[in-house]
Design a protein around this ligand. Structure first.
Ligand code: HSE
Length: 433
């Protein structure tokens, strides 16, 4: 039987995983495609680096034209990180008649409209299941399986590196910098882990999910985001006292006033499924008006979970399913219905965890409570442990509030942080019950 000839561009961690799956699981894959998938080219600028897969002599090349100019190659896995040359190469692949599979969420978050438009003009497809939450089939779930629903909300842990670091800090008391280095060593983190820990990676993924689920046309940079680089082990200990864990939560919540979008370290109530997500795992809780709540969990980073999603997309592309999905989804297109309005971030409500370092003297709590009250913010509970003499009479004061808007909280904290009895900046995290 005639094989389907495919190529990989980018022979790094993910490209190596994809090659391994194609070579080691060939028989199973052929059962799904109805014919063998034959890996005929791998393109990378580095021809010598050792990889943990053995490929046939002559397969690896640094010459992209060997793929572009081969009309028998119709589907290409493009797993180069970063924006350039990834963008230019994707355009070249589309223009030379290839359907493309990618795992590069930064590229889609940044250049999605241009790339998808070009693919449509050329009658080609771009598949990107691996771009969000690695091995979890969330793109297919939202864009195919749940399409009968109005999606109402998405609460998600979308960055495996951050979840790994938070878990290690919480359970082992591990040092932050050492844990970032370990996440890099295990292949979870981006080449520049800043994007992982400052919330950018999760915001890019949330922008893609918000487009798929709600039609939101949002630049990921406009999504309010706070990363885990602001989380102190002290806050994790207090969170535990209140019965919560700390997670980097990406939220898309549709309310009558518009779509609320934000990424931030959030106290998540122990005993809820999101609080139990440990290590490099990702999780996504989707609520649809017909289906109710659906919970997905799996590895969102790493070589083989990501390769699993890439190869599934490749199979869909080769059998022709992806062309139909791509056409009917009409992503990032001007022809789609009017985009949903985004809700003013200052109006987004929630409960908050606050920590202050304050003078240990009468009246301080009343003063802070009064300023919160002026913004209609009500206190739910307070922790203040006895001070050690060496702390110089400064104590941590930890407060959980009832519901308040982000804007009211910002106003209250701006005043509280200037009080003479309050030392250094306050800490604020959202709370999810
Ligand atoms: N660096 C990402 C993460 C994986 O840690 O989740 C790729 O999206």
């Amino acid at each position: 039987m005639r094989s389907a000839k495919v190529a990989i561009v980018g022979f790094g961690t993910i490209g190596t995983g994809v090659a391994r799956l194609l070579l080691e699981n060939g028989t199973r894959i052929a059962r799904h495609t109805g014919r063998p998938l034959e890996l005929v080219r791998i393109v990378d600028t580095d021809l010598t680096r050792p990889r943990d897969v053995v490929v046939a002599e002559g397969l690896l090349t640094d010459d992209l034209s060997k793929v572009l100019d081969d009309p028998e190659i119709t589907a290409v896995v493009q797993v180069i990180g970063g924006l350039e040359p990834a963008r230019t190469i994707m355009l070249k692949l589309l223009e030379s008649g290839k359907d493309v599979v990618t795992a590069n969420k930064a590229l889609l978050a940044e250049h999605g409209p241009e790339l998808f438009d070009r693919a449509r003009q050329l009658g080609r497809s771009i598949a990107f299941e691996a771009a969000v939450a690695g091995g979890i089939p969330i793109i297919a779930a939202i864009s195919e399986c749940l399409t009968a629903n109005q999606i109402e909300s998405i609460y998600a842990i979308l960055n495996g590196t951050s979840n790994f670091i938070l878990t290690e800090m919480e359970e082992q008391g591990s040092d932050y910098a050492a844990t970032v280095a370990e996440a890099q060593r295990r292949g979870y983190a981006e080449a520049d882990p800043t994007m992982d820990v400052d919330g950018s990676d999760a915001a890019q993924k949330l922008a893609i999910l918000a487009h798929l689920a709600f039609g939101a046309q949002v630049n990921w940079r406009e999504i309010p985001r706070v990363g885990i680089d602001t989380v102190d082990p002290t806050d994790m200990r207090y969170a535990r006292e209140f019965g919560y864990g700390v997670k980097l939560l990406a939220v898309a919540n549709l309310v009558p006033e518009g779509l609320e979008l934000h990424v931030s370290p959030t106290l998540v109530c122990h005993g809820t499924p999101l609080a139990d997500v440990r290590g490099a795992y990702n999780a996504i809780r989707v609520k649809g008006d017909a289906v109710g709540r659906v919970f997905f969990q799996g590895l969102g980073a790493g070589q083989m979970p990501t390769a699993s999603a890439v190869v599934a997309d490749l199979i869909d592309t080769v059998v022709g399913r992806m062309a139909i999905t791509f056409r009917t989804l009409d992503l990032w297109s001007d022809q789609r219905e009017a985009p949903v309005a985004l809700r003013d971030p200052a109006k987004v409500p929630g409960r908050f965890y606050l920590r202050f370092r304050v003078d240990d003297r009468p009246g301080v709590l009343a003063e802070i409570a009064g300023l919160l009250g002026q913004q209609q913010i009500s206190i739910a509970s307070v922790i203040q442990h006895e001070t050690e003499p060496e702390n110089g009479g400064i104590v941590p004061l930890v407060i959980m509030t009832h519901w308040a808007s982000e804007g009211a909280m910002t106003k209250a904290l701006a005043v509280i942080d200037r009080l003479p009895c309050v030392h250094s900046g306050s800490i604020r995290m959202r709370v999810r019950d």
